[in-house]
Design a protein around this ligand. Structure first.
Ligand code: ADP
Ligand code: GLC
Length: 468
C-alpha cells in the first residue's frame, strides 16, 4: 500500500506545533514491508532548507486564477529522514521564512494545485491520499470535483483534523483560484457564506479523523461552527490518538539534553537537567519546577497565566519556567512578572527546540491547562521524561492522563480553566513533590507508559484498508 501525506508542516523540516511532530513521525512508523508512506510539503526558506541539498524531480506551471505560475518539486540529495519527502517549490508563494502568515489563502491553494498537477504525471497513483488540516482541505474537494483531476476520483482520501479552530476561511470572490469544477457543486466549498476548506474536506473526504477520540466527541458539541456538519458526517468520522516518536523523544539518547538517563538513572539525569535550567534561568533548585511549553493562545489557557503564576508564586515554595510565544499582551505581562519573582520565575519568549527538550527532562511538573486540546503531545513527552503532567481534562489530555487520586492514576487533573482550579492543581503538585517516595514512584511509573506510534499507526492502516 502506498500512502501520500500532504501537510504544511513536518518535523524536522518545518515546525510550528504538534502537526509537524505527527507528520514527521507517522509515515516512519507506517513504512514497513508492505507499506510505503511519503510526505509532500511546501519548500520554505528556513534553517533546514538552507542546510540541506536538494534536486529537482519535476518542474511545470500551474494555472492560478488565469496566471501561469512556475513550480518545481524537489527532494533531498541525501536521504536523511526515515521516509521519502518531496517539497513543492513555488518561490513567490512558499519560499518564505515563515510557515503561516496573512496571505495563506493564495499560498496554500497554489501548493495544493501544484501537488495534484504533479501527481497527474505519476505513473502509479497512491492507494491513499492523507491530508492534514485546512491547508490541504481543498484536496478532497478537488479530487472529487475538479475536471482537471478526473483520473483521481477513485483515490481514497482522508482528512485529519489536528485543530478545528482554524478552518482556512476565504471569500467566494477567490473561487476562481480553484481549478474549474461543476459549479452546481460550489455548495460543497461553502459553510456559513464563505469558502471553508476544512468544511469542504469534511464533506468530500472519504474519512475524517481527529487526533484523539475525546476530541472527536467534543467537536460534535463545539467545533467553531462545524458542530452540525461533524454530527451529520459522524458515520465517516473517527478519533485516533496521536503517538510520539520514541526515537526523537527518548531521554536515554536525546542529544539536546544536558545528561541522558533512563528509568533507573532518572534521579541523577533529571537533576542534572534541572540544575542547568536553574542556573540558566536563575531558579531555585531546591523547589519543585513547574513548566509550560507552547503557544501563548487562549486555547492553551495562557491568558490566565499571569494571574495564576502570581498566586502560585506568592507562597515562595515553587519555581515556574515558561517557554512560548503568541499573544503579545500575554507575552508582555509574562515578561514584566520576571521583576516581581526574581529567583523563582522566568520566561523565555520565543521558540527553542533544544530548550524544550531540556525542560521536559529537567522540570518536575508540566502545566497544560488547555481550554481546547485536540491531542496534545507535550504531556506524552513529559511522561516519557519523568515529568508529571498537570492537565485540564479535555480532548487528548483526558485520553492520556489519569488523576493520581484514581486507580492507576499518575497525573494531576482539573476540570475547568479558572485561576482557582489551576492554582489548586499546582498546589497539589507541590504537595506531591513534598512526599518524596510517592513522587519518585510516580515518576518511574510514568516513564514506562507506552505512547509510541505503533498502536495508532496500525489504527490508521486499518482505516485505510477499510476504504481501499
Ligand atoms: P500544538 O500543536 O497545539 O501547539 P502540541 O502539544 O500538539 O500542541 O505540540 C506542540 C509541539 O510544539 C511540541 O513538540 C512542543 O514541544 C513544541 N513547542 C511548542 N512551543 C514551543 C516553543 N516555544 N519552543 C519549542 N518547542 C515548542
Ligand atoms: C494541533 C493540536 C494539538 C495536537 C497537534 C498534533 O496543533 O492543537 O493538540 O497534538 O495538532 O495532532
Amino acid at each position: 500500500m502506498t500512502i501520500t501525506h500532504i501537510s504544511a508542516e513536518c518535523y524536522p523540516v518545518a515546525k510550528v506545533g504538534g502537526l509537524a511532530d505527527v507528520v514527521g513521525a507517522l509515515p516512519k512508523y507506517q513504512n514497513s514491508e508492505n507499506v510505503s508512506s511519503l510526505v509532500i510539503m511546501p519548500f520554505y526558506d528556513n534553517k533546514f532548507t538552507q542546510e540541506h541539498e536538494f534536486y529537482s524531480v519535476h518542474s511545470d506551471e500551474i494555472l492560478f486564477g488565469g496566471t501561469l505560475v512556475a513550480f518545481e518539486v524537489l527532494t533531498l540529495k541525501q536521504k536523511s529522514l526515515d521516509f521519502d519527502i518531496y517539497f513543492v517549490d513555488i518561490p513567490e508563494f512558499l519560499f518564505k521564512n515563515y510557515v503561516y502568515s496573512h496571505d495563506d489563502t493564495e499560498r496554500f491553494i497554489a501548493f495544493q494545485i501544484a501537488v495534484l498537477d504533479w501527481m497527474t504525471s505519476w505513473e502509479y497513483q497512491p492507494d491513499i491520499i492523507h491530508c492534514h488540516d485546512h491547508h490541504t482541505g481543498l484536496i478532497p474537494f478537488m479530487l472529487q470535483e475538479s475536471y482537471r483531476y478526473d483520473a483521481f476520483r477513485k483515490i481514497p482520501n482522508i482528512i485529519t483534523i489536528h485543530n478545528a479552530q482554524y478552518q482556512g476561511w476565504f471569500s467566494h470572490i477567490k473561487v476562481g483560484l480553484i481549478p474549474p469544477f461543476n459549479f452546481n457543486h460550489v455548495g460543497l466549498l461553502d459553510w456559513g457564506g464563505t469558502i471553508n476548506p476544512l468544511a469542504a474536506a469534511i464533506k468530500c473526504a472519504w474519512r475524517v479523523t481527529t487526533v484523539s477520540p475525546s476530541y472527536m466527541e467534543e467537536l460534535k458539541l463545539a467545533a467553531n461552527g462545524l458542530e452540525s456538519l461533524l454530527s451529520a458526517e459522524s458515520d465517516k468520522c473517527i478519533g485516533i490518538l496521536n503517538g510520539i516518536d520514541t526515537e526523537v523523544w527518548n531521554p536515554e539518547t536525546d542529544h539536546y539534553i544536558v545528561k541522558n538517563y533512563n528509568v533507573k538513572t532518572v534521579k541523577q539525569g533529571a537533576e542534572a537537567n534541572k540544575k542547568y535550567l536553574c542556573e540558566t534561568f536563575d531558579l531555585d533548585f531546591d523547589k519543585p519546577l513547574f513548566a509550560f511549553i507552547g503557544r501563548l493562545v487562549d486555547e492553551k489557557g495562557s491568558d490566565l497565566f499571569p494571574e495564576v503564576f502570581k498566586q502560585a508564586l506568592e507562597n515562595n515554595n515553587l519555581n515556574i519556567l515558561l517557554l512560548g510565544s503568541g499573544n503579545p499582551f500575554v507575552e508582555d505581562q509574562l515578561k514584566k512578572l520576571k521583576n516581581d519573582y526574581i529567583g523563582t520565575y522566568n520566561a523565555f519568549i520565543g521558540y527553542d527546540e533544544k530548550l524544550s527538550h531540556i525542560i521536559y527532562a529537567g522540570a518536575d511538573f508540566l502545566l497544560m491547562p488547555s481550554r481546547v486540546e485536540p491531542c496534545g503531545l507535550n504531556q506524552m513527552y513529559a511522561l516519557r521524561y519523568g515529568t508529571i503532567p498537570i492537565v485540564r481534562s479535555i480532548g487528548g489530555l483526558k485520553d492520556t492522563v489519569i488523576d493520581i487520586s484514581k486507580e492507576n492514576g499518575f497525573g494531576i487533573c482539573h476540570n475547568n480553566v479558572t485561576v482557582l482550579e489551576i492554582t489548586n492543581a499546582i498546589n497539589r503538585g507541590v504537595a506531591l513533590y513534598n512526599k518524596p517516595s510517592e513522587y519518585k514512584k510516580t515518576r518511574s511509573y510514568i516513564m514506562g507508559i507506552d505512547h509510541s506510534w505503533h498502536v495508532s499507526a496500525q489504527e490508521y492502516l486499518n482505516l485505510y484498508n477499510s476504504i481501499n
